[in-house]
Design a binder for this molecule. Structure first.
Ligand SMILES: Nc1ncnc2c1ncn2[C@@H]1O[C@H](COP(=O)(O)OP(=O)(O)OP(=O)(O)O)[C@@H](O)[C@H]1O
Ligand SMILES: [Mg+2]
Length: 365
């Protein structure tokens, strides 16, 4: 189990909750507006210092409070019996404080490292129908957690991209300086592309296995586009675009233009599949990342599944729960009626129900 105790203060309508008896599978249920998604959001804050609903900070903090705090005891990766405290505080003024095991931490990447998290919620559909940025984030989540060099390469790449774009915006381009940055930019871009392509080669069979357990859809293809033409080096692509780059003032090719197109029988899955079918594909994608993480790194991630029953019929709910159960990771689920999940779990002693009402959480015995 990744999270043992969770304490929340002043996140939306949850004034204070101290949940000491979390289970491998914790189900938060209650009527609309009771605070279920807020509880999942609070766990997300622990993994990224922000919400999954919006990047805005103020709506997250209870209307009558100046700051919100989320605290948890989180298992140390590699030693599930040892727990470290992790705390995140966010203030209306914009200030934030992150503490891991008593030490102040400056980068949210350290939170992500300490608590790998996957979210399945109503924004899930954006993975298929939204812009490429959502799919790049999805891909990079996996690469970040399995490839140690990725984060440094990513930071270096962002720095080069910024420098290059700023040089391209000048009226008179400083050719030699641009060349220096372009060389570094190409090197880091190729490294990122290599990490992503390698990750996808390992990911695809795991995804297919997960999808086969969830649905009988066949003909789903993950098509990676690296951000520049297949038959060209990045250097050649940039050289060919240099005039357009100077006119537009930014870099037109590179990993920031990559995409992972998700196709069903050759067409975009989002254009053709039903909502339920789309949800199953996204669940297979996200659960497959948990399986691969555990296979490659012996690490577990936790899952936040907001309103699990929505869009799914009984058989598909059971299939999703079975897949999560077999992964043996910690799962936090919200739903209006917990009876919608009856019969979904093999071992009922792993499951704990929590009733949520007006922001107050009560464990059911
Ligand atoms: N900053 C805030 N301060 C106080 N209350 C808030 C704040 N932001 C949102 N709320 C309220 O918190 C409540 C909980 O919202 P939440 O989205 O967690 O509900 P939910 O149980 O997930 O509901 P649903 O079943 O409709 O998804 C809502 O009634 C909402 O209006
Ligand atoms: Mg909700």
């Amino acid at each position: 189990m990744l999270i043992r105790r969770l304490e929340i203060t002043d996140v939306r309508n949850v004034k204070h909750a101290n949940i000491v008896d979390l289970s491998p599978i914790s189900i938060f249920y209650g009527v609309n507006g009771s605070g279920k998604t807020t509880l999942l959001e609070s766990i997300h804050i622990l993994s990224s210092a922000k919400s999954f609903r919006s990047h805005k900070l103020k709506p997250l903090i209870n209307n009558e409070a100046e700051r919100c705090v989320v605290f948890a005891e989180v298992a140390v990766q590699g030693d599930e019996d040892l727990f470290h405290p992790i705390g995140v505080q966010r203030s209306r003024s914009g200030e934030g404080l992150i503490k891991i095991n008593g030490e102040n931490v400056r980068s949210a990447a350290q939170l992500a490292e300490a608590l790998p998290l996957q979210v399945i919620n109503s924004d899930t559909f954006l993975l298929l129908g939204g812009g490429p940025v959502v799919r790049r984030q999805f891909l990079d989540w996996g690469v970040f957690h399995v490839e140690h060099g990725f984060h440094e390469a990513w930071k270096g790449f962002q720095r080069c991209l910024k420098q290059r774009n700023s040089l391209l915006r000048h009226d008179r381009i400083d050719g030699p300086t641009l060349q220096v940055w372009t060389r570094e930019y190409v090197k880091l871009s190729e490294q990122l592309d290599h990490y992503r392509a390698q990750y996808l080669r390992q990911f695809s069979p795991v995804f297919e296995r997960c999808l086969a357990q969830l649905s009988n859809l066949s003909g789903i293809e993950l098509r990676y586009q690296r951000g520049w033409a297949k038959d060209q080096t990045l250097e050649a692509a940039l050289a060919a675009q240099s005039e357009s780059e100077q006119q537009q003032g930014y870099t037109l090719s590179g990993p920031h233009r990559a995409d992972l197109r998700i196709l069903y029988q050759g067409q975009l899955a989002a254009d053709i599949l039903s909502r339920g079918q789309q949800k199953l594909i996204v669940c297979a994608l996200r659960v497959a990342q948990g399986y691969l993480l555990s296979e490659l790194n012996q690490r577990k991630c936790a899952y936040l599944v907001d309103d699990l029953p929505s869009e799914l019929d009984e058989d598909h709910r059971k299939a999703l729960c079975r897949l999560l159960d077999e992964l043996d990771c910690q799962v936090f689920i919200s739903c209006v009626d917990h009876q919608d999940l009856n019969g979904c779990w093999q071992q009922t002693d792993k499951v704990k129900l929590f009733h949520v009402e007006h922001g107050v959480v009560t464990a059911q015995t």
